[in-house]
Each structure stands twice: as structure tokens, then as C-alpha cells.
Unconditional design. Structure first.
Ligand code: BES
Ligand code: MN
Ligand code: ZN
Length: 492
């Protein structure tokens, strides 16, 4: 989708989006068009239920194509998020309408003046985010089933400033699209080695990228991660991505991702129904990759590292068994109770490696870690854990700012000791109750005193229905929120 910014004026071609306030009160450009149409818009409103309430729409046919009358209410609460939602709604309404181009007459909507350009940029951003599709493997898709809309003109006073604001958002969108692409790819295409190869491509964005194979990880003593990949014919990998946009010598902030390219459960095999979903068990690492791309794309003034542990969890003659004891890079030993609790094993070594190599300011891991998180919070909020209140508050604030909900969950000794083992330092699976919490306590054993947060994104990585700025499928959830937090607190 092409998003273009231009001067506020009625264009001569394409579809139009025109704002209407409450009680069918038309904004100036809308009025102009209504006059040109001999009162056609007023009549259309009068014979419909459209009153101009926020986010209401009415589709009318005008001289140059469809006209979407868009309700802006009384102007209250019109901020960046409102504008993104509106942009997304416009794309949803016109994507497959037959229109190829639409112009949005952005007359401030929430009042003109300061902030208009920023809201206009967010309007374009929301439209762009909603336009995402993953059609790579749909070879028989007919033309009439493909989206027609390919260009969006956001017409606004101060369009140059709006465009400038948009460029930064566009970089974030490109990160989100990378994340969505990665989680959408099928597991026969995206496996540790091919995933690592794709991440090598991020060198073109200005990132440093390093790939460790099983030999290197073996030397480092990553017995926990390697144990998971042991039953797979694909080689496990770890990818280290660095963005050095901050001051030289400044300690980085670190993001660590679970990258289980397919999770069968291993010998503790999952049931067949829905197992195909486990292709997106690498969602955490996809967010890390997308975030790193976004930071590089907008030249963020920060030093950041992204580290992903890439494995495939398969049952096989050489697979790890329940009862096995593995030694992690930290030296701590782990009794395997359930080979389906594999994500934490991958993260144990990835976190420790990150901690020791970079001594980061903060460390945040993302993982589709537990089904219990879906039970707890559904698909609305991501549950997160933190050993540091300042970090926890920053995350909540960032989530609110971009509309990605996060909800803090508890850690604590009473949970933590549920992961003690009789034969080793810990076990990889505890009781069913509190499963997301004990998983987080397991991870906490690998971060020492570093301010750290674990985000269990099991519920928010994939969506089965469209949302205003997130089409169904891979959501890219987390890129926006973490980008926001970096921008607000860790740059400069
Ligand atoms: N990848 C799964 C968690 C998951 C389930 C993510 C459903 C998204 C949707 C994880 O590896 C897993 O299997 N966890 C187990 C842990 C248990 C064996 C302690 C679970 O949640 O059942
Ligand atoms: Mn599993
Ligand atoms: Zn898993």
C-alpha cells in the first residue's frame, strides 16, 4: 500500500473520505462536495442512520468514485490511536471495493492546529497496518479476490510535517510486517537455518548479525537449548542482532526471543487438533527481529541487541526424554519432566548468554510460552512478569500508549519453589495450576539481578479475527509497544 501526503483540497479522481461531525454537521470539505453534488450527501445522510457519531461510516457514490462519510463525533478523544483506528477502518471498507485510490480529507477531525499533522500521520499508519496481507502461497487467487486499493492520499494542512512524522511510523510498520511475515510462514519453509538466513538479511538495514550453530552453542555449554533441538533433523541456531545507534560504550538494552519453529511437544507429544498453530511458536523471536528492524529503520539513538534461540521440537529416536537431566550454560541442571515445556529451556540459555555477553541495562524476553496464559488473559492482553517495578511501569505505560494491552502477573518464592526438582537444580514443568507463573519463575533463575521482564505472548501472537489495525493472522503484537518504550525511556 502506498501512503502519500498532500495538500488539503478536493481531488479530481478516486474515492474520498469526508468527515462529518455529530448531528450530521459537515466539515468544510464535506460541505464543498455536498454543494458540488447538489445536496447529495445531505440527502444520503437524511435517509440513513448515519449521524456522524465517532467511527460511523456511510458509503455514497460520488462523481469520482465512492465517498465514505466518516463520523468524527464531537471531536472528543481524537488522538493518535483514534486516527489509526479510522485509517484501518477506511482500508477495511475500501480494500476490495474496486477502488484503487482513496483520498482522505483530513480536516483535523479533532480540531485543527497543533497535533493535526501527527494525527494525520497516524491515520496513514493505521491504514498501512490494516492493509497487510500474506498471500505468498495462494497461487490460484483470482483477480476479483485480490485487494483493489493500492494508494492512499492523506490530504492535510501541513502535509510535509505529516509526511515526516509518517516516515518514522513507516519504519515501525516495516518491522511489524517482518514479524507478521515470519509468524505466517509455514514450518517447512521457516526452520532454524532458513530463519537465521532471513535474519542475515537485516544486515541491509544496518544491523550486525551473527549466527551460532550447534557446534558453537555446544562449546558454550548450552545443554538446555540443544536438548530441545536434539530430536529434529534441522540444526538449531542462535542469532545475535545488534543495533548500535546509541553512544559508544553504552550498555545495550536486550530483547530475547523464543524461536521454536515448530512445537510438536516432542516425546510429550501434543494432540493433533490445532497442532498446526505451533508453527507460530517462534512468535517471540519474530517480534525481536521486527523490533530490531524498526529500531534500525528509524535510526533509534540506542544500543540494542536482539537474541533469538531457534529450534524445532520434534519426537524422534534421538529426541530428549522426560526424565533426562540437562545442564544449562549457567551450570544449573534441569530435570526434564515434560518435553513440551521446551520454550523455557531455549530461553534459559538465550537469557544467560545475553546476560554474560552484554551485561545489558534491561533484558526483556518474549515467548509464546504457556497455554495457561490464554486461559488467564485470553487474547486481549499479554501477561508480563518483571523483577523491577520501574521497568514494569514503563511497559504498562507503553502498552497503553499504542493500544497493545499488557497485564502484570506475579512472581514470588512460593511459586518459584514449585520448580525445584529432587534430582536436579530445577525441573522444567510444575503443577498445572499457575503454569504461566511457574514458567516465569523458571526463567528468573537465569537473569541474576538484571532488570528483566518476561512477556508471555501466547494469547496475542495470532488472531482469528480482524481488528482495526490488525488483520487476522500474525499480529506483530509487541513491536509497537516495545518500540514505544525504547523511544520514551532509553534513547538519547
Ligand atoms: N508453545 C507452547 C505454549 C502455547 C500453547 C502457545 C498454545 C500458544 C498456544 C509451549 O511450548 C507449551 O507447550 N507449553 C506447555 C507447558 C506445560 C507442558 C508445562 C503448556 O502450556 O501446556
Ligand atoms: Mn511446548
Ligand atoms: Zn512451545
Amino acid at each position: 500500500m502506498k501512503i502519500v501526503f498532500g495538500k488539503l483540497a478536493l481531488p479530481k479522481k478516486g474515492a474520498l473520505v469526508l468527515g462529518v461531525q455529530e448531528n450530521r454537521s459537515m466539515l468544510p470539505m464535506t460541505m464543498l462536495m455536498d454543494t458540488a453534488m447538489g445536496g447529495g450527501l445531505k440527502n444520503a445522510m437524511a435517509s440513513s442512520r448515519f449521524t456522524g457519531k465517532a467511527h460511523q461510516t456511510l458509503m455514497v457514490f460520488g462523481p469520482t468514485g465512492r465517498i465514505v462519510l466518516y463520523g468524527v463525533g464531537n471531536g472528543d478523544g481524537i488522538d493518535s490511536l483514534w486516527s489509526e483506528k479510522a485509517g484501518g477502518a477506511i482500508v477495511a471498507a475500501l480494500a476490495s471495493s474496486g477502488e484503487s485510490e482513496v483520498s482522505i480529507l483530513f480536516e483535523g477531525y479533532g480540531g485543527t492546529g497543533k497535533g493535526t499533522e501527527l494525527r494525520a500521520a497516524h491515520f496513514g499508519y493505521g491504514a498501512l497496518l490494516r492493509s497487510y496481507r500474506f498471500d505468498l502461497y495462494r497461487t490460484t487467487l483470482k483477480d476479483e479476490d485480490k485487494p483493489s486499493l493500492s494508494k492512499i492520499n492523506v490530504l492535510v494542512d501541513g502535509h510535509l510535517k505529516a509526511r515526516k512524522n509518517f516516515m518514522e511510523l513507516n519504519a515501525v510498520a516495516e518491522g511489524i510486517f517482518l514479524t507478521r511475515d515470519l509468524v505466517s510462514e509455514p514450518p517447512n519453509v521457516l526452520f532454524p537455518e532458513s530463519f537465521a538466513k532471513r535474519l542475515q538479511g537485516l544486515k541491509a538495514d544496518g544491523l550486525k548479525v551473527e549466527v551460532l550453530g550447534e557446534r558453537e552453542m555446544g562449546k558454550l555449554g548450552m545443554g538446555a537449548l540443544l536438548g530441545v533441538g536434539q530430536g529434529s533433523s534441522r540444526e538449531s541456531k542462535m542469532v545475535v542482532m545488534e543495533w548500535n545507534g546509541g553512544k559508544k560504550g553504552d550498555k545495550p538494552i536486550a530483547f530475547v526471543g523464543k524461536g521454536v519453529c515448530f512445537d510438536t511437544g516432542g516425546i510429550s507429544l501434543k494432540q493433533a487438533g490445532g497442532m498446526e498453530d505451533m508453527k507460530w511458536d517462534m512468535g517471540g523471536s519474530a517480534v525481536v527481529a521486527g523490533l530490531m528492524k524498526a529500531l534500525a529503520g528509524r535510526k533509534a539513538k540506542v544500543n540494542a541487541v536482539g537474541i533469538v534461540g531457534l529450534v524445532e521440537n520434534m519426537p524422534d529416536g534421538n529426541a530428549q526424554r522426560p526424565g533426562d537431566v540437562v545442564t544449562s550454560m549457567s551450570g544449573q541442571t534441569i530435570e526434564i519432566i515434560n518435553t513440551d515445556a521446551e520454550g523455557r529451556l531455549v530461553l534459559a540459555d538465550a537469557l544467560w548468554y545475553t546476560l554474560k555477553r552484554y551485561k545489558p541495562k534491561i533484558m526483556i524476553d518474549l515467548a509464546t510460552l504457556t497455554g495457561a496464559m490464554l486461559v488467564a488473559l485470553g487474547q486481549i492482553n499479554c501477561g508480563y512478569f518483571a523483577n523491577d517495578d520501574v521497568l514494569a511501569d514503563r511497559m504498562a505505560e507503553a502498552g497503553r500508549a499504542v493500544g497493545e494491552g499488557v497485564w502484570r502477573m506475579p512472581l514470588g518464592d512460593d511459586y518459584n519453589k514449585m520448580m525445584d526438582s529432587d534430582i536436579a537444580d530445577m525441573k522444567n514443568a510444575g503443577p498445572r495450576y499457575g503454569g504461566s507463573i511457574t514458567a516465569a519463575c523458571f526463567l528468573e533463575r537465569f537473569v541474576e539481578k538484571c532488570p528483566w521482564s518476561h512477556m508471555d505472548i501466547a494469547g496475542v501472537t495470532w488472531s482469528s479475527k480482524d481488528a482495526p489495525t490488525v488483520p487476522k493472522g500474525g499480529t506483530g503484537w509487541g513491536v509497537r509497544m516495545l518500540n514505544q518504550m525504547v523511544k520514551k525511556h532509553y534513547e538519547g
